[in-house]
Unconditional design. Structure first.
Length: 81
């Protein structure tokens, strides 16, 4: 995942995504652990243990590849009830 503009980081607390004071820097790249789709159709990408980024126009999810290895990121989809 590549960040196009600063984006907020969220944590999952009591079944709800809560915005933290943290942001991700422009141009930073992150591996995605999981994709979470909420009941109201919002998509969050997990970037570390209990840290998520909300999908929007400032977040680009791409397959990563280098000369020696090819990585494909598979997503697990959860629905928060």
């Amino acid at each position: 995942m590549e960040i196009m503009k600063p984006v907020n980081v969220y944590q999952l607390k009591n079944g709800q995504f809560v915005k933290t004071d943290a942001t991700l820097a422009v141009g930073s790249e992150w591996l995605v652990g999981a994709q979470v789709t909420t009941q109201d159709e919002k998509t969050f990408y997990q970037i570390s243990t209990n840290s998520y980024v909300l999908q929007d126009d400032n977040v680009s999810v791409v397959k990563m590849q280098n000369k020696k290895r090819h990585f494909e990121v598979s997503f697990f989809i959860y629905q928060i009830l």
